[in-house]
Design a protein around this ligand. Structure first.
Ligand SMILES: C[S@@+](CC[C@H](N)C(=O)[O-])C[C@H]1O[C@@H](n2cnc3c(N)ncnc32)[C@H](O)[C@@H]1O
Length: 309
């Protein structure tokens, strides 16, 4: 499995990333425009009545889109990271939501509990994504819809290698297979991408209906190791597992942070690369990060030139 496709590794990754998340990460890789396009396929009729579960809700960025469609008091946010969740709890527009620490692969809710299930950008970390989709099926009421949003495996071989080393970027057909195996019917989808990406197939939003009550026809129990969750801080780890965890989190975090300057540069150079999508302006944090990248690059270039003389 990939560096970050583990619950404990994801927990520690977000322990620190949560500080930068809304400032630097989402505005580059999962923008408000992408969120609205993805949520639009989620069947928001009877909006006053719908109960919604947002799984891997993080800092509540996707939840902010959900509460534009249904009252916040109808929305339950689930995440395994208390650090991410604290940021969501602090957002005034999410004040009415219910917050529950929990695992996407072992949701702490009864069968047939919610009218809608949404999960955005979380599947990348799930060790057993099929089990996550089976859980989506289980907690949705019959006739309800589940909307899964996630990244697609990059086409470019170098990006694909980097992405697949880092975490799960499923090929498109895997999303369809997860949904079909879980038992959903009437499957529909759309693609989402940030303005700086030439390729429109950067991410996918895929929605399916639960036809029958109860558990997924594909239901199976999680293997013991993957049942772990939430009290991650308190669980003992062996030295070997601890070293492996630290190595993966450090490497995975480094890999993740490299994507930020790359995306910032891609964002400002998009018109020069022939991309004519309407840009989404950089926020002040991104501008500072970009200026820092520029200064570091300038120092490295000057250093190299002066050493040659
Ligand atoms: C990229 S963030 C996405 C957050 C949010 N959905 C958004 O749109 O910004 C991924 C989130 O998934 C959470 N996560 C990862 N694995 C999880 C699991 N097994 N169960 C619940 N949440 C999980 C992480 O803690 C993190 O907050």
């Amino acid at each position: 499995m990939r560096l970050m496709q583990h619950k404990r590794e994801a927990y520690w990754f977000y322990r620190y990333l949560s500080v930068f998340y809304d400032k630097l990460v989402n505005p580059l890789f999962w923008t408000a425009r992408m969120r609205e396009k993805a949520l639009d396929i989620g069947y928001w009729d009877d909006d006053e009545e719908l109960s919604v579960i947002d799984v891997g809700s993080g800092t509540g960025f996707t939840t902010e889109g959900i509460v534009k469609r249904v009252p916040s008091t109808n929305v339950t946010c689930v995440d395994q990271s208390p650090h991410q969740m604290n940021h969501a709890k602090a957002k005034h527009e999410l004040a009415g939501c219910t917050f529950q620490l929990g695992d996407a692969e072992n949701l702490p809710f009864d069968d047939d509990s919610f009218d809608r299930y949404v999960s955005a950008g979380s599947i990348e970390y799930w060790p057993d994504p099929q089990r996550g989709l089976n859980e989506a099926y289980r907690v949705v009421k019959p006739g309800g819809w589940a909307l899964m949003i996630g990244p697609l495996e990059p086409v470019n071989p170098i990006s694909r290698f980097a992405a697949n080393t880092w975490m799960l970027f499923p090929p498109e057909e895997d999303y369809f297979r997860y949904m079909e195996r879980a038992g959903f019917d009437r499957i529909d989808y759309t693609y989402v991408s940030p303005h700086w990406q030439k390729n429109d197939r950067y991410g996918i939003a895929i929605v399916g209906r639960k036809p029958l009550p109860g558990k997924s026809p594909n239901h199976y129990e999680a293997v013991a190791e993957e049942r772990q969750l939430v009290a991650v801080d308190n669980e003992g780890v062996t030295l070997g597992r601890g070293l492996m965890l630290a190595g993966r989190v450090i490497l995975g975090s480094a890999a993740g942070f490299i994507f930020i300057p790359m995306a910032l540069i891609a964002s400002v150079t998009a018109p020069m690369r022939g991309i004519d999508k309407e840009p989404e302006p950089l926020n002040s944090h991104q501008k500072v990060a970009l200026a820092t990248v520029g200064v570091v690059a300038a120092v490295l270039i000057v250093n190299r030139l002066t050493r040659r003389r």
